[in-house]
Design a protein around this ligand. Structure first.
Ligand code: ATP
Ligand code: FE
Ligand code: MG
Length: 332
């Protein structure tokens, strides 16, 4: 089947066309990062306005790039949540209008299902599989026993990993988005500060990054008060070491416990070089195949929404024209 995907949950306006859930026919992304940079984060009202301005442009480009007409399209998949509600609404309403005008089935997709299915554009899934989702808004471990079946076995109790990166970057006065900046800086620094690791209860696959974040703030303040110099690169390296240690250890433990055949990493933080290296080393040793999408598919895009939407469509899932955006949609 050939599916159009639409994604507007945050600050990327994206439309893509995907064949059989595995092959990208076109993938167009209009990023608003530049518009939000001077505010140090995404401003919801600005995001919505950008989506409205960009939607038709991006849509046309996706069809042009694909050299396809609407006749070839089987269904429209759209991110219904979670995300910024005003931003989501632009995608959802565009998808509904198109479904009605072009008389095509409509399929609502969970944004995180999209991040997971970004990997299927590279390699076929084998179940059971474990997905580590690390993004700006999510840090989750999801166990999948089949296509479209999502079992949440761990999640963050406070900040998401990407959020922690962005906040620590702000403390170090690095530009937004901070994740890539810290990643770059960490490679130049030394892990000479022993930041805490939040393991939580024995056997828990939940995460917590707020203690780590406070510890970084304290370290910076204390150094300032004592007039000592703390290299930003060392703080970045030590912070990153703590995040990677916890993410990697919990993912390895969950993969072993559930005897998974594949481990998938998804979300913007999957772009992190330190995390990639650590996971690659661990899973090579365990001989469990590890999939990490190429950078372009790690961050928000619509090809991943079309890929997840393909499975939902093929499983007979349909949304009505009463589909609504949900900022806190659960993955199920
Ligand atoms: P969600 O998918 O949960 O709705 P989001 O769409 O904002 O959130 P993504 O676009 O998947 O998240 O990822 C953006 C996040 O990834 C940001 O927090 C950014 O700092 C982080 N990030 C991107 N590259 C890196 C990197 N190399 N190292 C660490 N973090 C990174
Ligand atoms: Fe995302
Ligand atoms: Mg984003």
């Amino acid at each position: 089947s050939i599916i159009v995907g639409i994604e507007t949950s945050c600050d990327e306006t994206a439309v893509a066309i995907v064949k059989n859930g595995t092959e990208i026919v076109s993938n167009v992304i209009s990023s608003q990062i530049e518009s939000h940079k001077r505010f140090g984060g995404v401003v919801p009202e600005i995001a919505s306005r950008h989506h409205v301005e960009q939607m038709t442009v991006v849509l046309e480009e996706a069809f042009e790039e694909a050299a396809l007409s609407w006749e070839a399209i089987d269904a429209i998949a759209v991110t219904e949540g979670p995300g910024l509600v005003g931003a989501l609404l632009v995608g959802v309403n565009s998808a509904k209008a198109l479904a009605f005008a072009k008389q095509k089935p409509l399929v609502g997709v969970h944004h995180i299902a999209g991040h997971i299915y970004a990997n299927r554009l590279e390699k076929e899934f084998e179940f059971p599989l474990l997905a580590l989702i690390v993004s700006g808004g999510h840090t989750e471990l999801v166990l999948m026993k089949g296509h479209g079946e999502y079992e949440l076995i761990g999640e963050t109790r406070d900040d998401a990993a990407g959020e922690a990166y962005d906040k620590v970057a702000r403390m170090l006065k690095l530009p937004y988005p901070g994740g890539p900046q810290i990643d770059r800086l960490a490679a130049e620094g030394e892990e000479n500060i022993n930041f805490p690791r939040a393991w939580l209860d024995e056997g828990s696959y939940d995460f917590s990054f707020s203690g780590l974040k406070s510890s970084v703030i304290n370290t910076i303040h204390n150094a300032q008060q004592r007039g000592e110099e703390r290299k930003a690169a060392d703080i970045a390296a030590s912070f990153q070491a703590s995040v990677i240690d916890v993410l990697t250890t919990k993912t390895v433990n969950a993969a072993k416990e559930h005897e998974v055949k594949q481990v998938i990493v998804a979300g913007g933080v999957a772009a992190n070089k330190g995390l990639r290296n650590a996971l690659e080393a661990e899973f090579a040793e365990l001989s469990i195949p590890l999939l990490i999408p190429p950078l372009k598919l790690c961050t928000d895009n619509a090809a991943m929404i079309a890929a997840a939407g393909t499975i939902a469509y093929e499983q007979g899932r349909r949304s009505g024209l009463d589909l609504n955006a949900s900022s806190s949609l659960l993955l199920k």
